[in-house]
Design a protein around this ligand. Structure first.
Ligand code: GLN
Length: 485
């Protein structure tokens, strides 16, 4: 089939599904068709020939809206394209459009988006997770085959878990952050959301690399390999007891335990380990991330980018009104916490101390990786929750990332793969590795994925995008096969 007819189908499906799903903020029909025709006519360099990809809307795309899900950037058109997207473009992908997110990637449900809330294709009454909820929902529903997200504290892995897709946060520095609108620069990473581990590896292969435009980017010590193995012989997998403590739903725990058993059936060994500073990771993150955000978001002042308040009589009033009108409540909360934590009298008490905790969290992992090859945990302590159920309680929302945040603090790579259902909703299994162990993680995840055999598909899914077990829109889906409850 030609790329053009393929992309036409994908666009038709996306346009049909999106009004209910709200995963995509923009669908670039004209451009996608133009690009597809170009690819059909090309004869060389067809590595990713015509693969349809959706891009989280905090990743800059030249002359294509990049809103960060914020009113303050509702009219922002970047003058350049992020390196990761540029590399994919050069390898002949088709950018279908931009995906919804919590404003500036701050949140775990997409309910903080200044545009609208994305729905989870497994159950439209629940959230898709966040902040890359639009990317996860788009892939789960078949609006796009692949998506890019960003992960600062779990924003690729948690929505991947809640939507039943694969999501990976690479080692800090493995993918250039050039063109990713900065939230917390020392934690942010771009990464893939796909339906399979193989696709995740393939997409990752095309976005990694040192970039002269991002001084924190590094060349991987070995190229990303496409996983093929089916066994885990000799693999030592650490299970940190702190991650299975209070707060993990029984259904999530059950799927996790079953998957851990499969690790052993495939020849691996599960060993209980301890990461003793886990309980301090969340509080440290909620100092460090807001501190960096308060500095990064200072640039949105009505002068350089996007929205500007009308009719302000002087400059300071213009700044105040622009930011007051442009930012939503969660972003304002973080800017205030960050500015406070960085202020002269409190810098050491809060920011300095949080940075020291970060070092302890990293050392916990260093110590454990002396004894085991990978660490496993649930990705999220719960399955997808009802829209509105945590929106009024920031702390309940922050707890969604309890198993993912320590990984960002330590700069490590981790993947989430679907490992079954609980109450008809997907559960994610997280594998964490030492820095630059992407190949080890992908190989193990690939073997496990095959053993788990997660084949059920969400109720709300495009039938034309190569899905399995498809059900028509809105019809209750009866999960068949696998280990569903
Ligand atoms: N949910 C976390 C937060 O709100 C993580 C977000 C992210 O990874 N971008 O900060």
């Amino acid at each position: 089939m030609s790329v053009l007819s393929d992309i036409t189908n994908t666009l038709d499906n996306a346009e049909r599904l999106n009004p209910q799903l709200n995963a995509l903020l923009s669908i670039e029909r004209e451009r996608s068709l133009e690009r597809a025709a170009e690819i059909d006519a090309a004869t060389d360099g067809l590595a990713l020939r015509g693969t349809a990809i959706a891009i989280k809307d905090n990743i800059c795309t030249k002359d294509m809206q990049t809103t960060c899900g914020s009113r303050i950037l509702h009219n922002y058109m970047p003058v350049y394209t992020a390196t990761a997207v540029r590399q994919l473009w050069d390898d002949h992908v088709v950018m279908l459009g931009k995906t919804n997110l919590d404003e500036f990637a701050m949140g775990s449900s997409t309910e903080n988006s200044g545009v609208h809330t994305t729905r989870n294709p497994w159950d439209l009454a629940t959230v898709p997770g966040g902040s890359s909820g639009g990317s996860a929902a788009a892939v789960a529903a078949g609006e796009a085959l692949w998506a890019l997200g960003s992960d600062t504290g779990g924003s690729i892995r948690q929505p991947a878990a809640l939507c039943g897709v694969v999501g990976m946060k690479p080692t800090y520095g493995a993918v250039s952050r050039y063109g990713l609108v900065a939230f917390a620069s020392s934690l942010d990473q771009i990464g893939p959301l796909t339906r399979s581990v193989y696709d995740c590896a393939l997409l990752l292969q095309h976005i990694v690399g040192k970039d002269p435009r991002d001084a924190t980017s590094v060349a991987l010590p070995e190229p990303i390999e496409l996983p093929t193995g089916e066994r885990l012989d000799g693999l030592r997998v650490g299970i940190p007891k702190e991650y299975l403590a209070a707060g993990v739903e029984p259904g999530v725990r059950a799927r996790f335990d079953e998957t851990a058993k499969q690790v052993e059936e495939l020849g691996g060994r599960c060993i209980e380990v301890s990461l003793p500073h886990t309980e301090y990771a969340l509080p440290a993150y909620y100092i460090i991330a807001p501190a960096e955000a308060s500095a990064n978001l200072a640039r949105f002042d009505g002068v350089r980018y996007g929205h500007r308040a009308a009719d302000a009589e002087d400059l300071v009033t213009m700044y105040e009104r622009t930011r007051g009108e442009g930012f939503g409540p969660e972003v304002k909360r973080r800017i205030m916490i960050g500015a406070y934590a960085l202020s002269a009298g409190y810098y050491d008490a809060y920011y300095g101390r949080a940075q020291r905790v970060r070092t302890l969290v990293r050392r916990d992992f260093d110590a454990v990786f002396g004894d085991v090859d990978l660490v496993a945990s649930p990705t999220s302590p719960t399955v997808a929750f009802a829209v509105g159920s945590r929106a009024a309680e920031p702390l309940a929302m922050y707890m969604s990332d309890i198993c993912t945040i320590p990984v960002n603090l330590a700069g490590l790579p981790a993947i989430s793969i679907p490992c079954g259902l609980s109450d008809g909703l997907p559960v994610g299994f997280q594998l964490i590795g030492p820095a630059f162990s992407e190949n080890r993680i992908l190989a193990a995840a690939h073997a496990l994925e095959a053993a788990i055999g997660f084949e059920t598909a969400p109720a709300f899914r495009d039938s034309g995008a190569g899905g399995v077990g498809v059900a028509p829109d809105g019809v209750a889906f009866d999960p068949a096969g696998g280990r569903n409850t």
